[in-house]
Design a protein around this ligand. Structure first.
Ligand code: EPU
Length: 453
């Protein structure tokens, strides 16, 4: 696997790329297939590493997973069985998705073993909400070395719960458990992200009865049986925003085929306030820098319909090019500004603070976490050697390297494959001047075919 990308920056990106299904929905919809008695077909699935991880986990539980066509995943759960602990353990550390297997596996097999979780190191990322949720459904959680074992001696039963915070994963845990639990479930303070709405759509196609009421209340009536589904994933709104920021920071333009406006509303407002422009068409959104200076902004990340935490990192890079002092208050994760340190080495002026630099109620106000950032701009960026810290931070380093003058070495690019489909090909398609030093001839050839990772 390629580890390092050499970026000769300072050129505007220009062209068209396609963005497919949302990483943070597709993986959950794949887990949902375990609840059905017949096969499920998911369409618009991107080729990213997280899809491979979930495919592996489904297969080692006996599900038959195949790809009948481009971007299609067919999952047949007919022969689902308990997997060997050692096999499951081999997936430990790869992703946070295994925790969502609990409800479906316990319904089907009476037990589940979940390895210790991976995912990006952007905070502590505990699973206490997940375990509390499972216990409230009547599950017994047994912590063991290397993971947890979940059983339900008296079946899983519907319940009334309220989350301490509208966690995406914990809401998905409730949905995937409640649909086949005995009786009714009422969830308060639920997450209502578009990926959750799409998961609810999938479960409804399978035969579930779920209503979303006002004020973050979700009600589920448990049913005895569910069938497979046929569903096309919503577009990845994080990847869309990432390419939009790359267009802005490089003073270029990128047409993101597949991007849809409703899920991007909050981002689009911010993009325009900063000085970017966009055209919405039937088959995508064109993002561009209209010329002139970019404007500084004060911004807080939040749960939906707020500004997504995952949009923050590439936007911060674009803000280094804006006139004045921008403020970003991160209220979802306590530790998501680690990536800014390396940007400092490229010429950015970014200070991080423990204080809440914003008015959104935030859980980290009285803690020691540096969760607010002040970005002074515009600062010219120059090439540097940088190491990818996590998925979104990694993409933002690509954006910085593309916007910088001179050459950057971006190491650890394998992490970016977790969530960005064929990003190397897309960079070439947008005219980026990139090469892979492990393959000395790659730049001179510069063909899309050569770039396939
Ligand atoms: N939290 C807890 N305890 C829990 C669960 C969450 O304290 O048991 C806290 C987290 O530590 C965090 C906050 O609640 O501070 C929100 O976490 P949430 O559960 O909403 O996040 P998640 O489900 O683990 C998903 C995405 C993330 C995305 C967040 C927020 C997946 C696989 N991951 O994570 O995506 O940032 O929702 O939208 O769906 C990414 O794609 O790069 C990524 C990190």
């Amino acid at each position: 696997m390629r580890d390092t990308l050499t970026v000769h920056g300072g050129r505007p990106l220009g062209g068209t790329i396609a963005v497919r299904g949302a990483k943070n929905f597709v993986s959950k919809a794949m887990v949902a297939s375990l609840l059905g008695e017949t096969p499920s077909l998911l369409r618009n699935v991107p080729e990213i590493r997280d899809v491979g991880v979930v495919t592996g986990l489904l297969q080692l539980h006996g599900a038959d997973v195949s790809s009948p066509g481009d971007g299609e995943v067919l999952m047949d759960p007919t022969d689902v069985e308990s997997a060997h602990v050692a096999d499951i353990d081999a997936h430990a550390g790869a992703s946070r998705i295994p925790i969502l297997f609990c409800g479906p596996l316990v319904h089907r097999l009476g037990e589940a073993f979940i390895p210790d979780l991976g995912g990006c190191r952007i905070g502590d990322r505990p699973i206490n909400y997940h375990l509390d949720v499972l216990r409230q459904f009547g599950a017994v959680v047994d912590k063991r070395e290397g993971g947890i074992r979940i059983t339900a001696p008296r079946r899983l039963r519907g319940t009334k719960l309220s989350l301490p915070y509208p966690s995406v994963g914990a809401t998905e845990q409730v949905l995937l458990t409640a649909v086949r639990a005995e009786g009714q479930t009422e969830l308060r303070n639920a997450a209502i992200e578009p990926e959750i709405a799409d998961l609810i759509a999938v479960l409804q196609k399978m035969g579930a009865i779920i209503s979303v009421d006002t004020d973050r209340v979700i009600r589920v009536e448990g049913v005895d049986r569910l069938r497979g589904y046929d569903h096309r994933s919503l577009t990845d709104r994080i990847e869309t925003a990432s390419w939009a920021c790359a267009a802005l920071a490089t003073r270029g333009e990128v047409f993101v085929q597949g991007a849809t406006q409703p899920e991007m509303m909050t981002f689009l407002n911010v993009f325009r306030k900063v000085g970017g422009e966009f055209d919405v068409t039937d088959d995508g959104i064109r993002f561009y820098h209209p010329g002139g200076p970019l404007r500084a902004i004060a911004l807080e990340t939040d749960v939906h319909p707020g500004f997504m935490t995952d949009w923050q990192q590439p936007l911060v890079v674009a803000l280094t090019q804006a006139d004045g002092l921008s403020i970003v208050h991160e209220t979802v994760y306590e530790n998501r500004f680690g990536f800014t340190e390396a940007l400092g080495g490229m010429g950015a002026r970014i200070q991080v603070y423990r204080e809440c630099l914003g008015s959104t109620p935030c859980r980290f106000g009285h803690s020691d976490f540096r969760h607010s950032a002040a970005i002074s701009g515009p600062t010219p960026l120059h090439g540097a050697e940088i190491v990818v810290p996590d998925l979104r931070g990694g993409f933002s380093y690509l954006v910085a390297a593309l916007a910088a003058t001179g050459t950057s070495q971006v190491r650890g690019i394998g992490l970016i494959d977790r969530g960005y489909e064929r990003f190397s090909e897309k960079l070439l398609a947008l005219g980026a001047d990139v090469e892979w030093p492990d393959e000395p001839t790659s730049r001179s050839e510069g063909s899309l075919a050569h770039a396939s990772a």
